[in-house]
Ligand binder design. Structure first.
Ligand code: ADP
Length: 491
């Protein structure tokens, strides 16, 4: 009897393999750092073959650590850095250019050409015209690799996001497919009609023949023939969508926030897309058994990074954990607000030019106030995004599931629960991305029988309940809004 689901999480900084048992517990893990290349300022690339090598390495290592063979694996799930683009030759399976990483700005100029179409792009894809997404990256490769344009027209090239690239390699070139969540990040996929969009393909001059087949997120993609095995790949999802699934946000309105360097929020909005007017992205959360679920997505640029700033630049704390002790040295932030707009502000302000500020300082203000107000700013910024989500999706938020490094901070978590007036739950397994794709892969082969079973086995580490009165929430949040407004005047 196979005992494990194996997951592969191919991220921007590392590749991980994990083994999950039937209770959804992570049993073994192997990890490799992966290298980023910076050929020019603003450009970020990775060697696609090296990424594949890192996958092979972690798969072998995790099997050795668990003292099993691949035959003990029931199915494989793949989750990945989204939008990152690989183009390879059909005949040889060799990439014709480095993988262009999501953050890379090298197709900025290309995007400028399509400005007149930005409305139609948003309506069809739920995305904002930006070099982040794959479409302009594919165009960049076709224009910059000699002969590529011609080869693409002749049907000799293949495009894939990282999931697609791994599936292709793992099936020894038999399967050229992607899952619908990854497709929804290419800016070529119509998320309303759930198909590659002809008009967008024409716009970006990308031949249909390059594109992978789009499948559900929980689906039998093919066999891991590269590992000399019949183990099927049965779950695939982009990292943020996988995290939403791994947090068991299966029902409309359920949401997760990841508190890392920045904060990343996704809200399950059910089976109909809602197009945002305030700069949130609309994306496909997953498709299971032919049923598609959508999500709204928003982010905060500076989350845990502000704690690093307190430590490294301001030298107000020794380490990240010290921020909690410092915050608790005083009973209140006493009207001090830190607006960490170090790189501008995102949702719902969309202000590139604003920079950070501290408000409300008195003769009695100490470093503890600054530290406490900085932690509070992470919660306020997350509230800013979540309030827009609630409003646009016409949903309430009784519960927020959280993960990421800064969830270790119990002061921050309690304040977040207070200021959102909702319960916060932290899962036992922090690797929600891998867990999500383990669930998706397991569902396809009945390793996990249904969503109810997953909800039953899913475990939480800690819960925070709101304690602040509504009038107090309003008073404090009004202060935050005033601070942001005042800050935006100073440019
Ligand atoms: P990423 O995946 O973006 O690298 P992680 O999930 O690893 O992020 O979280 C790292 C971030 O969490 C850092 O910005 C760090 O400052 C913050 N962090 C870690 N521990 C704490 C803590 N106890 N309190 C506040 N912030 C913390």
């Amino acid at each position: 009897m196979e005992q494990y689901i194996m997951t592969i999480d191919q991220g921007t900084t590392s590749t991980r393999a994990m083994l999950f048992n039937r209770r959804g517990e992570a049993q073994f893990m192997a990890q490799r750092e992966v290298e980023c290349l910076y050929p020019k300022p603003g450009w970020v690339e990775q060697n696609a073959l090296s990424l594949w090598v890192s996958v092979v390495d972690v798969v072998n290592e995790v099997l050795i650590k668990a003292d099993i063979t691949i035959k003990d694996v029931a199915a494989i799930g793949i989750t990945n850095q989204r939008e990152t683009t690989v183009v390879w030759e059909k005949s040889t399976g060799r990439p014709i250019y480095n993988a262009i990483v999501w953050q890379s700005r090298q197709s900025d100029d290309i995007c400028d050409r399509y400005k007149v179409s930005k409305k139609v792009i948003h309506q069809k894809t739920g995305l904002l015209l930006n070099p982040y997404f794959s479409a302009s990256k594919i165009r960049f490769i076709l224009e910059n690799v000699p002969g590529a344009e011609k080869k693409a027209q002749a049907g000799e090239l293949m495009f894939g996001t990282i999931d697609s690239w791994i599936i292709y390699k793992m099936t020894n070139g038999k399967v050229h497919a992607t899952d619908i969540t990854n497709a929804s990040r290419t800016m070529l996929f119509n998320i309303v009609e759930e198909r590659w969009d002809e008009e967008l393909l024409n716009l970006f001059q990308i031949p249909f023949s390059m594109l992978p087949k789009v499948e559900s997120s929980s689906y039998i993609f093919g066999k891991a023939a590269f590992f000399d095995s019949n183990v099927p790949i049965t779950g695939v999802a982009g990292d943020q969508q996988a995290a939403l699934f791994g947090q068991t946000c299966f029902h409309k309105g359920e949401s997760k926030n990841t508190y890392g360097t920045g904060c990343f929020m996704l809200m399950n909005i059910g089976d109909k897309p809602v197009m945002s007017k305030k700069g949130l992205l609309t994306t496909i959360a997953w498709r299971i058994n032919g049923k598609t679920t959508y999500a709204l997505e928003g982010s905060v640029f500076v989350g845990g990074a502000s704690v690093q700033w307190l430590r490294d630049e301001m030298k107000l704390i020794r380490d990240a954990a010290d921020s909690e002790r410092s915050a608790k040295m005083i009973a209140d932030s006493e009207g001090v607000y830190v607006v960490p707009a170090f790189v501008g502000l995102g949702t719902p302000y969309w202000d590139d030019e604003v920079r950070g500020a501290i408000f409300g300082i008195t003769r009695g203000t100490s470093k503890y106030h600054i530290v406490r107000a900085t932690l509070e700013s992470i919660a306020y910024q997350s509230k800013d995004v979540i309030e827009v989500m609630k409003k646009e999706a016409h949903l309430s938020l009784p519960l927020l599931k959280v993960d990421g490094g800064a969830t270790a901070n119990r002061y921050l978590m309690q304040f977040q629960s207070d200021i959102l007036h909702c319960t916060i739950k932290i899962p036992k397994i922090q690797e929600t991305t891998s867990l999500g794709v383990a669930y998706l892969a397991g569902l396809a082969i009945k390793f996990y029988s249904c969503l109810d079973e997953i909800e039953n086995i899913h475990q939480y580490r800690e819960e925070f309940l709101p304690k602040m009165s509504i009038s107090e929430i309003n008073r404090r949040y009004k202060g935050w809004k005033k601070a942001v407004a005042a800050d935006r005047v100073f440019k």
